[in-house]
Write a new protein. Structure first.
Length: 94
């Protein structure tokens, strides 16, 4: 996320439809703890898929100041992740 670096632990990896991880360490003062799960449903034979992104966050000391921008930031992060996924899948499908 931006220039921040995180150390993460994979909690679940059910390829190709589900993965979950937690942030163990970060220099970013926005969060103290974070857990995310991504689940991809549907999408057989070229059909559209649904991606469900669930996360829980324990705010850090700097989070209160960032809350007004959080909605936009989270939406932008998800949008970028979906664009990256679309690019990756297009390359795999050829």
């Amino acid at each position: 996320m931006g220039d921040s670096q995180y150390r993460e632990t994979i909690l679940a990896w059910d390829e190709p439809t589900r993965w979950a991880y937690r942030v163990d360490e970060s220099a970013d003062a926005l969060i103290d703890a974070l857990v995310e799960e991504w689940v991809v449903e549907g999408g057989g034979d070229g059909d559209r898929s649904t991606v469900r992104w669930t996360f829980a966050v324990q705010p850090g000391g700097d989070m209160e100041a960032a809350i007004p921008a959080a909605k936009t930031m989270i939406g932008d992060m998800f949008g970028q992740a979906m664009a990256n996924l679309t690019t990756r899948l297009s390359a795999v499908r050829g």
